[in-house]
Design a protein around this ligand. Structure first.
Ligand code: PGA
Length: 279
């Protein structure tokens, strides 16, 4: 906790000086997101309970990504409860339609109220054989359809131990963003070793990777990289969320386990909303 306050004060001082000098940009001027990825969890009654209990925030964009069959009821519940929460799919196909058994298209997601879609989650890279080429086709299809892709990248433990993190991130970014001339996407940095393990990356280590990711996006698309939100994911919870907020290049979080129940997810939203209010 102590270092979160210290970082927060550091950011405030830097921003205040930046403002006083006139020319320097305020930090955190990118859109801030708290995204929940329910994976293959939850059911109708759990979904109703979640949207009844959850509070939305005006300062932070909140996105919930339930399993496909819960998207439509989620859309109705959000409307009924008048919450400002957006919906996202957890995956999408790259074709408009056709003989692709078991797949979901961008227009299907949009019909169920989605504005976002997670693409290239490491779990899909691992068990569904998704590679950078497929991920690139999905990102293109999402952007073409008007969905905002949340593109997941991250190194495995083995790659981390072999000091290959930067190389892996660079390859995944160049692969996913090939021939993309739009800035309508979000990046989620999710070190595979931190997902579902209860062992999040330290905010400092995550910041280091985020700064590197931004430098690679700058190589790919120039100065527009400054406008791209980069989220951290991997064992984010209500206790460590504020520490991630304090980091310069961390523009939000992608939350798995702690997004399944309204209370912890609400506390994560509140941590980010509070940070935004104080800037
Ligand atoms: P976790 O999952 O928060 O449960 O670690 C994050 C994710 O896979 O997006």
């Amino acid at each position: 906790m102590e270092h979160s306050i210290e970082n927060y004060i550091k950011n405030l001082v830097r921003d205040t000086i930046g403002q006083a000098l006139g020319g320097l940009q305020l930090q955190k001027d990118r859109q801030t997101y708290v995204v929940g990825n329910w994976k293959m969890n939850n059911n109708f009654s759990g979904t109703a309970e979640f949207f009844q209990e959850i509070n939305s925030s005006n300062n932070v964009s909140v996105v919930v990504c339930p399993p496909t069959h819960l998207l439509y009821p989620a859309q109705l519940l959000i409307k009924q409860q008048k919450k400002s929460i957006a919906l996202g799919g957890q995956n999408v196909h790259w074709a408009d339609r056709g003989a692709y058994t078991g797949e979901t298209s961008t227009s299907m997601l949009q019909e169920m109220g989605c504005e976002y879609v997670i693409i290239g989650h490491s779990e899909r890279r691992q068990y569904a054989g998704e590679n950078d080429e497929m991920i690139n086709m999905k990102v293109k299809q999402a952007i073409k359809s008007g969905l905002t892709p949340i593109v997941c990248i991250g190194e495995t433990l083995e790659e981390k131990n072999l000091l290959q993190t930067e190389q892996v991130l660079k390859t995944q970014l160049f692969g996913a963003l090939k021939e993309i001339d739009s800035s309508q996407f979000i990046i989620a940095y999710e070190p595979v070793w931190a997902i579902g393990t209860g062992q999040s990356a330290s905010p400092e280590l995550a910041q280091q990777s985020h700064a590197y990711i931004r430098s690679v996006i700058t190589q790919i698309m120039g100065q527009d990289a400054d406008t791209i939100s980069i989220l951290y994911g991997g064992s984010v919870n209500e206790k460590n969320a504020a520490d991630f907020y304090a980091m310069e290049d961390i523009d939000g979080v992608l939350v798995g386990g702690a997004s399944l129940k309204a209370k912890p997810f609400d506390e994560i939203i509140a941590a980010f909303a509070k940070g935004e209010q104080n800037l």
